[in-house]
Design a protein around this ligand. Structure first.
Ligand code: PGA
Length: 254
């Protein structure tokens, strides 16, 4: 296992926060702090903030992502956004299958897979979220669950497209709770995900896959989490809404 094969990616997941004016204010404060980032940096904003984010990030080392998309190319899906709508704007990443979408918006392994395939087809890089509930962890189901979520999400993804996929391990019990997985837990489950991918695509492809940890990662715990052999970055919720905190996490990804 060779961590040097992978460039760490720190992605902010703003969730349903910030109006366009507030987004501009946050980016004005944040972008100068991450200009010298030692890793890839992505900000995933609400749809309506994407134009502001794309303008602010033009020509610099920060890329812009969405937080969801529909799997269809176009059609009668009131309120939805397609992958090509995002790519035409200049968006390069999209979060898919976040646990909040699975929990509140009825996303399933099947819709996650359709979205992953549609994103890759359109040239978007999916950040695919997997992770267990507290109950599932306590029942000892974590490894089997995340492996099956990974297998389902990647069904039909060819080996040469895998390089555009990021997997984010986000234990549901750690999201927005201030309760972080220990670095050992994060590393172990990211390792389970890598093993599942090695099973599907071979060890070499698995060694190149970026696997993020997400769930209450903050300025204080980021360095230890990011130093773990299987943890190649972070998907950051709450702390991505504060410029100094997000910058501290980015700089912890040396
Ligand atoms: P959190 O959220 O950092 O606020 O726990 C992470 C996420 O949901 O992606």
């Amino acid at each position: 296992m060779n961590k040097q094969l992978r460039c760490p990616v720190i992605a902010g997941n703003w969730k349903m926060n910030k109006t366009p004016a507030q987004a501009k204010e946050l980016l004005d404060a944040m972008l100068p702090l991450v200009a010298d980032a030692p890793c890839k940096v992505v900000v995933c904003t609400p749809f309506v903030d994407l134009p502001v984010a794309l303008a602010a990030c033009a020509g610099i080392n920060v890329e812009v992502g969405a937080q969801n998309m529909h799997f269809a190319e176009s059609g009668a899906f009131t309120g939805e956004i397609s992958a090509s709508m995002l790519t035409e704007m200049g968006v390069s990443y999209v979060i898919i299958g976040h646990s909040e979408r699975r929990q509140y918006f009825a996303e399933t392994d099947e819709t996650v897979n359709k979205k992953v395939l549609a994103a890759l087809q359109a040239g978007l890089k999916p950040i695919v979220c997997v992770g267990e509930s507290l109950q599932q962890r306590e029942n000892g189901e974590t490894d089997a669950l995340v492996s099956s979520q990974v297998r389902a999400a990647l069904a039909g993804v060819s080996a040469d497209r895998l390089q555009d996929v990021i997997i984010a391990y986000e234990p549901i019990w750690a999201i927005g709770t201030g309760k972080t997985a220990t670095s050992a837990q994060a590393n172990e489950t990211c390792g389970v995900i890598r093993a599942a991918v090695a099973d599907l695509y071979g060890q070499d492809a698995a060694d190149r896959l970026v696997i993020q940890y997400g769930g209450s990662m903050n300025a204080g715990n980021a360095a230890e989490l990011l130093a773990q052999p299987h943890v190649d970055g972070g998907l950051i919720g709450g702390a991505s809404l504060k410029a100094p905190d997000f910058s501290a996490i980015v700089h912890a990804a040396e």
